[in-house]
Design a protein around this ligand. Sequence first.
Ligand code: HEM
Length: 525
Amino acid sequence: VEVLVAGVGAGFLLVLLLMVLKDMCVKKNHNLSFSAPPAVKRSLLQSLCGLLHRPSSPSIPGPPCRFLIGNMTELMQDHLPIHLTDLAKRYGNIYRLKCGNTTMVVLSSGDVIREALVKKWSDFAGRSVSYTADIVSGGGRTISLGDYTEEWKAHRRLVHSALQRCCKQSLHDVIERQALQLRKVLINYQGGAVDLSEDFTVAASNVITTLVFGKEYDKSCSELQQLHSCLNEIVALWGSAWISALDTFPLLRKFPNPVFSRLLREVTRRDEIIRKHLNQYKVQSQDNKSTDVITGSLLEGVSKHRKDHDVVLTDVHVHMATVDLLIGGTETTAAWLNWTVAFLLHRPEIQTKVYEELCTVLEGRYPKYSDRHRLPVLCSLVHEVLRLRPVAPLAVPHKAVRDSSIAGYFIPKNTIIIPNLFGAHHDPAVWPDPYSFKPVQERFLEGGGGSPRALVPFGGGARLCLGETVAKMELFLFTAYLLRDFCFCLPDVEAALPDLRGVASVVLKVKAFTVVARPRIRPLS
Ligand code: HEM
């Protein structure tokens, strides 16, 4: 009723104002028609709409703000995705948190996430520009951290088309090769108990370095180890409170901060390694730049782009795209593979089901990605692990680039939007018994009620994961190859099952555990 009264009242006010304005114009100049000042009319209308919109839009619920620190303590929890999901039970699937003068809005259901990221993608495609983000992203020139500008759009388009082109030409072969390589490594363990996380990282990283530079590395290669150690360090350090405090409280930048100094060192090291690779690539392929690899495609694209467009893309963009692909494409896929093994140790019978399906449908050969429609049990496993442990559980925060709304709430420009993908995947309204691992029974198989379309592990809209195609093919093929040739078991009957809570930073990882990869008695090839 209040909204209605306010609406009618404001409408009346609007008509009255327009009449007064018309009257004034007419009095001032009899020749001046009312259509003469459209700017005045438009701005009046806009202010009135603004006035109407704000009070009628309820304020977003959220925990009480403390003096000076706002809701900062909520953001310093050890497992942030679980904590934000618990807060959603109290405040709803859309709630706000305050930190300094920044307002964040946390979205914890598929519906509100899709409304913001997909339906209103252009309103929420921004990224927050900050002092520390600028440092790790070469002044906002990575795709993942760059704000929504013309330069960013051109950059993303360029990398997207280079990636698509390379994927079409070689992705399947590249992944198959790494899956077979991984098989060799696992056979060489001869049934010993091992932590496979590093092997998964090497396999995922080799997919990316082959696509990007046409190069793959051995696990023992020092160059690879250096690259991973510094990329991991950067992600971990950047996520730490010591670093984010520099964005919230600029005064702290004046004081010595050893964590920040380490971050600067690692960024310099990262840039040196990547620069070396790019220079090597340029020298090796001076006469014959191959567009089969992403670097070749990007370098060619950058020089063409320079001629045709106002926005200038340079070698720095190629450099930062490499950083994006390596960071985005390594730890995520590796973490997911590790989660799959961890879950399968809890439910060994699922491995048998997938193995039987592979044997029956493929009659001994290794699968192709095009076989996925004939392998529903395997696909259900992939989806259920993605649901329970979306490896980028809070995506990357978005920013409202203009005033907008979500679920009827007014969202002012510059609000930070946190898509809580973990929360959306545990929403009981969509997923009955959301915390249980149910890959095969009720969840995704026919009549199970769960649809992969309700999943949002890759975000959506303008910021949809750039490597979604790569990741989906990797998850399917790596899992298929592993489960066709190995049975994963605990080292001994006394060994503890892996802890499934995980450690959450930018990437959600399972805590280290050891496993035995026992070759299937009669491998089929
Ligand atoms: C299981 C595997 C993966 C998952 C679950 C995943 C998930 C995500 C998510 C949730 C985002 C943020 C989307 C948003 O901000 O709304 C993202 C961004 C991104 N991902 Fe992935 N990702 C995976 C693998 C990959 C791979 C293999 C690559 C590279 C080949 C990659 C490259 C990127 C890049 C460059 C971005 C930034 C996109 C942008 O800001 O426009 N990701 N990913």
